[in-house]
Design a protein around this ligand. Structure first.
Ligand code: HEC
Length: 417
């Protein structure tokens, strides 16, 4: 009798101990992994700050967490370690799922974390230069819109930029931003042809970013990186800067996700200049295959590209910025040195609407005779709901919605210059 009682007590305590509650685990996971977007006035379609929110959306939370859709951190854990990663840890994922399975128990009030303010504003302090869209823009309701805005910097001398941050004018609709540079004057021409502020742009900024004129791109610079909600601005390692020529225009490519709502936006970019002497310039080099031709109907077609490192061009890879369009499904970067292949990055559920630049915690050394391999896999079948081509067609390189790219920009510094 006593033995049985002890056993029952033991089982009861064990299950109490094992039960995941909102107050103890779930509130903390939602706050650290979800609330940066799922809070009032931000890009997530609903807020997930309270117990009632979490219960109301628990079936959706279960689905998106199980499928790995949320949080939208794309690179796979098994390939490369990146700064600011906001993926769920395996135990956090397990906790969320068992909490929903157990019927969303609240637990003990006393276990709730202290309320923390979600960070906002310029996280690195006041920028050295803030450049804002010249006029507000109101995107049409109900669809994904990619729009480019040309912003003169007003600089009278070349500068080196150590960090870039974005202040979205309207957090509810600004989904992500890529900061391009244009020294050719092309962007202004495109802008002039369109009466509204900015001009429509989709797979790129509408002027050459990866194709023909690599030398000029390298010399003048053509991007300062990207921003998506949840990502934190970070300075480049000491002594490294991105060149911003005084004549360059900043071209913000803004992806608006309006999903039924809209409003005015006037996004600003904050630039942090290097205060220390710049010893190394960060160059963005494209690893790219522009000769792709993806057969209509093929659900699993892979294209590859290599970037060989010649003697004298030994380099370190600081960050990587992969890019495909709608029918891309998998993109992978690999380092190959002395016959050994190592994983650099893998996104195996490519989503055009969640793009970003990812910075390595430890820069990757590329010695002479090594190379970077890029592989892009596409689903050009009718079964792919994202396929924009109906009827199906062979898909080639281009900037349009119906075209494709297989491209990764690597932010690198060269050891010798
Ligand atoms: C970086 C911003 C961001 C973070 C972080 C984020 N979300 Fe989302 N979430 C979004 C956006 C934006 C959408 C709207 C759909 C889309 O763009 O994919 C969304 C949609 C959703 C949906 C509805 C999806 C559907 O298919 O109906 C759920 C549920 C959700 N998020 C849960 C979560 C949970 C749980 C977390 C944390 C574990 C999280 N999200 C983290 C931005 C974010």
């Amino acid at each position: 009798m006593l033995a049985r009682l002890i056993l029952i007590c033991f089982l009861a305590t064990a299950s109490l101990w094992a039960e995941v509650t909102y107050a103890r685990e779930v509130s903390r996971i939602l706050e650290s992994r979800c609330a940066s977007c799922h809070r009032p006035g931000d890009i997530g379609p609903m807020s997930l700050l309270t117990y009632d929110d979490a219960v109301a959306y628990s079936p959706d939370i279960e689905r998106v967490v199980k499928d790995g859709i949320m949080p939208p951190w794309k690179p796979s854990d098994s390939h490369g370690v990146f700064k600011g990663a906001f993926a769920l840890k395996p135990e956090e994922k397990a906790d969320l799922l068992s909490w929903v399975a157990a019927g969303t128990p609240f637990g003990n009030e006393a276990d709730l974390p202290e309320k923390r303010e979600q960070p906002s504003g310029w996280l690195l302090g006041e920028p050295d230069l803030v450049v804002r869209m010249p006029q507000p823009y109101t995107p049409a309701r109900g669809k994904d819109i990619y729009r480019c805005f040309v912003l003169p910097t007003g600089l009278d001398a070349d500068q080196f930029v150590s960090a870039v941050d974005i202040d979205p004018g309207n957090r509810r609709i600004v989904h992500h931003v890529i900061v391009y540079l244009d020294s050719s004057g092309e962007a202004e021409k495109l802008d002039a042809r369109d009466e509204e502020p900015g001009y429509d742009c989709y797979g790129g900024p509408g002027f050459d970013i990866g194709g023909s004129n690599i030398q000029s791109l390298l010399l003048n610079g053509y991007t300062l990186g990207g921003w998506a909600p949840g990502a934190r601005a970070d300075r480049l390692p000491q002594g490294i800067g991105m060149k911003l020529g005084k004549a360059a225009r900043i071209v913000l490519q803004v992806h608006y996700y309006t999903g039924g709502r809209t409003g005015e936006d006037q996004t600003a970019v904050g630039l942090y200049f290097n205060q220390e002497r710049v010893e190394k310039q960060l160059y963005y080099i494209p690893v790219v295959n522009t000769r792709l031709n993806i057969p209509a109907g093929n659900a699993n077609y892979t294209v590859s590209a290599e970037f060989p490192v010649f003697p004298g061009l030994e380099m370190r890879v600081i960050n990587a910025f992969p890019h495909m369009h709608m029918i891309g499904k998998r993109i992978e970067l690999e380092r190959q040195a002395s016959g050994v292949r190592t994983r650099m990055m893998l996104i195996d559920q490519w989503d055009f609407n969640w793009q970003g630049a990812y910075t390595y915690v430890e820069p990757i050394r590329m010695p002479a005779f090594s190379q970077v391999n890029l592989r892009c896999t596409y689903d050009n079948s009718a079964n792919n709901p994202r396929n924009p081509n109906n009827p199906l067609k062979n898909v080639r390189w281009g900037e349009g919605t119906e075209d494709e790219m297989c491209l990764a920009f690597l932010g690198v510094v060269f050891e010798r210059f």
